[in-house]
Design a binder for this molecule. Structure first.
Ligand SMILES: C[S@@+](CC[C@H](N)C(=O)[O-])C[C@H]1O[C@@H](n2cnc3c(N)ncnc32)[C@H](O)[C@@H]1O
Length: 279
């Protein structure tokens, strides 16, 4: 499958309260794998890190833990409310080495030099991720680390041990919105080519998905919250009706359906890629 025919919207997920909630649920289920990726990629104490598409600030805050008190982290986020929220969260957490700037990463430049460039679920939303990455590399020192984690989407759907019709329907609504909006369903796998096209060496790659079950697992609420974020598009595009989705009961229905199996479920997958900036 090739790249999508039409460029994606500026930010398909919009800027609602439910999207902010979703980002923090995403952090709860994904932060461990993001930290692992950054540490394996070479982030270390004392480094200066640039986090692009910071959202509510979770990746920048994780990077700050790795680089410690002698390191520095700058987060770039286009949505001013999220950039302010991220800064407020950093201040509340006493993370004085982290600062956020409201900026469009497709049109940003700096005289500063960073040891590492990181991002999570952000290249997916760009019309030309390789071009943006190539420009951002100007701010990374030779030998610096580049690490991104992006949605796997079509690479691996949410998995369960037996048929769960609600989970299957939910996934079909999400994929159909992505398709209809020209999103790249293979962004995670495409990271390999995006790195090469940006002038980076072939990346090391890894696939992760959160796995869990039972009443306390936040994965069901996380998946339902993405549907809530996309609900206006789901109904406008005629993918499903509000009645089909029944958003306020969706997380509980998923939890109950998977709970009846006694087994766990996975969320959709995320693919990480990292390599060192050669020049
Ligand atoms: C799915 S969220 C991920 C947020 C964060 N990286 C995380 O994983 O929690 C993507 C974020 O990228 C931001 N974004 C998208 N395109 C951007 C651009 N061109 N410049 C800056 N931020 C952008 C969006 O506003 C959104 O907050």
């Amino acid at each position: 499958m090739g790249a999508p025919a039409s460029p994606p919207d500026p930010y398909l997920f919009g800027h609602s309260d439910s999207e902010t909630r979703r980002l923090q649920l995403q952090a709860a289920i994904l932060d461990a794998s993001t930290s692992r990726m950054m540490a394996t990629a070479g982030l270390a104490p004392g480094m200066r890190v640039l986090d692009v598409g910071s959202g509510a600030g979770d990746v920048a805050l994780l990077a700050a833990q790795i680089v410690g008190p002698t390191g520095r982290v700058v987060g770039l986020e286009r949505n001013p409310e999220l950039a302010s929220l991220a800064q407020a969260r950093a201040t509340a957490a006493g993370a004085s080495t982290v600062r956020f700037e409201c900026a469009d990463i497709a049109a940003w430049s700096t005289a500063d030099v960073f040891d590492a460039l990181v991002g999570r679920c952000v290249l997916f939303f760009l019309a030309d991720p390789a071009a943006v990455l190539r420009d951002l590399l100007r701010a990374v020192r030779p030998g610096g680390t580049v690490a991104f984690q992006e949605p796997g989407n079509a690479a691996l759907p949410p998995a369960v041990s037996t048929r769960c019709p609600t989970l299957e329907r939910m996934w079909s609504w999400i994929l159909e919105v992505y398709r209809r909006k020209g999103m790249d369903l293979h962004m995670g796998l495409r990271l390999h080519r995006v790195f090469l096209d940006a002038g980076l060496p072939a990346p090391t790659m890894h696939l992760d998905a959160a796995v869990g079950g039972g009443p306390q697992w936040p994965g069901f609420a996380y998946m339902a919250e993405l549907v809530r974020t996309l609900l206006p598009l789901i109904t406008q595009l005629g993918v499903a009706t509000e009645g089909d989705v029944d958003i306020d009961t969706l997380a509980d229905r998923l939890r109950r359906e998977v709970g009846e199996t006694g087994d766990a479920a996975t969320t959709w997958s995320f693919i990480s890629a990292w390599s060192a900036h050669a020049s």
